[in-house]
Design a protein around this ligand. Structure first.
Ligand SMILES: Nc1ncnc2c1ncn2[C@@H]1O[C@H](COP(=O)(O)OP(=O)(O)OP(=O)(O)O)[C@@H](O)[C@H]1O
Ligand code: SF4
Ligand SMILES: [Mg+2]
Length: 385
């Protein structure tokens, strides 16, 4: 990923420093932090591709506190994964940060050197990916894969006093498997990924992600492809461990039902914008962004009849267009007015409910709406071919 132009005090530009690798001092992240653990402000990111520049993220605000479980929801292509990869420093080489910062315990993740990010990954920030089978190394036993992470971050040598002290990597790996409720962990330690079910592989991924007790876990669609029962087990496991260890968790999903069940707060994304942020209760009681309301009415639940479901009208705009409007939902929105063609109100974090919209639903002081003709941004501009 190409960093933005502005240098940062937290991480001077110029890539990884030369000379022998020195261990990065472990900061007391997530355990005593009085402020937000992760504070993303005005984050913009684009991809330079052969068919044009993809304006993947713009003006994204996001905040997570210690022990909080935040859901990041939105349609496919709304930028959920791109955002999380950028925070971990694992974006595609074509990615370029265009604005903003992402502060994590004094480090701006968008400008940190590759070495600092590598030190943080797995130790302070971990990720559980969508497909555990492709994320796990197929030719290495799961026990050794957990040990690799522990060894990389020297966990076995920095355990505290008492019975924990001196425990070997193998014992720690078996303990990690036990913690994610893998039956017979001593035997499973020697198993290869192909010998395990999809649900078990995901549990192993969670064990790897949590082995170093990170302060922040990012789980990107961690239950996709699992049957409903296994899905519930994996979600209970993630949220149970998050609560037990006071770990902040960013749970990425397009399943609003799962987000409602497991998250404290929810941030809604549409076409690379974070459009609404609220406590789960407030959001589901009265969604304010027209997109969120549409998303909810398109989501099946146990009570709704199939005929009650209404798909979100239209499509996401083509993010390669150079003339994307300030509100990327405007072409799909029945409340759009001339005012929506101007800069949007910012999404404010740490409030009960915030929305980046000029005519939100369920608010007392909604501006009168003078409808405008929708503009089609879904097709590429001519130069895209
Ligand atoms: N390497 C890349 N090069 C160009 N465009 C990309 C790249 N990666 C992602 N994008 C674009 O960025 C946008 C956001 O993609 P992203 O994968 O973050 O969506 P998502 O919300 O995670 O969707 P899903 O729910 O399907 O996982 C999409 O328009 C996608 O095509
Ligand atoms: S009312 Fe305006 S700002 Fe709000 S979603 Fe619709 S077009 Fe966007
Ligand atoms: Mg994704």
């Amino acid at each position: 990923m190409i960093p933005p132009e502005a240098p940062s005090a937290a991480s001077p530009r110029g890539g990884a420093p030369s000379g022998p690798a020195k261990p990065v001092p472990r900061r007391p992240l997530g355990h005593d932090a009085p402020v937000a653990l992760l504070d993303v402000q005005d984050f913009g990111l684009e991809f330079r591709t052969r068919s044009g520049t993809v304006h993947a993220l713009q003006h994204v605000n996001l905040r997570l506190h210690k022990g909080e479980i935040v859901g990041l929801v939105g349609e496919s292509g709304s930028g959920k994964s791109v955002l999380s990869y950028a925070l971990l420093g694992i974006s595609d080489a074509a990615a370029r940060v265009t604005s903003g910062r992402a502060m994590f315990g004094g480090t701006d993740l968008l400008r940190a050197s590759p070495r600092s990010l590598a030190e943080l990954r797995g130790r302070e920030i971990s990720m559980v990916f969508q497909s555990p089978r492709t994320a796990l190394n197929p030719i290495r036993t799961i026990g050794l894969q957990i040990e690799d992470v522990l060894r990389r971050h020297a966990v076995a040598t920095r355990t505290g006093t008492g019975p924990e002290q001196g425990k070997g990597l193998r014992e720690r790996a078996i303990q990690a498997l036990r913690e994610v409720a893998i039956a017979d962990p001593e035997r499973r330690y020697h198993a290869y990924p192909f010998e395990l079910s999809g649900g078990m592989c995901q549990r192993v991924m969670i064990a790897i992600a949590l082995a170093c007790r990170p302060a922040l876990l990012i789980a990107d669609e961690p239950t996709t492809g699992l049957d409903v029962t296994t899905q519930a087990g994996v979600m209970d496991l993630i949220t149970g461990l998050a609560r037990a260890h006071q770990m902040a968790t960013l749970f990425i999903t397009h399943d609003l039902g799962l987000a409602a069940q497991h998250c404290d707060r929810i941030v809604v994304m549409h076409a690379g914008h974070a459009v609404e942020a609220a406590s789960t209760r407030a959001l589901f009681a009265a969604p304010r962004h027209p997109y969120t309301a549409r998303l909810m009415s398109s989501t099946p639940d146990a009570q709704a009849q199939l005929s009650d479901l209404q798909p979100v009208p239209g499509q996401l705009p083509d993010l390669r267009r150079g003339d994307l409007p300030p509100c990327r939902f405007s072409a799909r929105c029945s409340r759009a007015s001339a005012r929506c063609a101007g800069p949007l109100p910012p999404l404010v974090m740490d409030t009960q409910h915030s929305v980046a919209c000029w005519h939100p639903l369920h608010t007392e002081h909604t501006e009168p709406v003078e409808p405008v003709e929708p503009v089609d941004h879904t097709t590429p501009e001519p130069w895209h071919g």
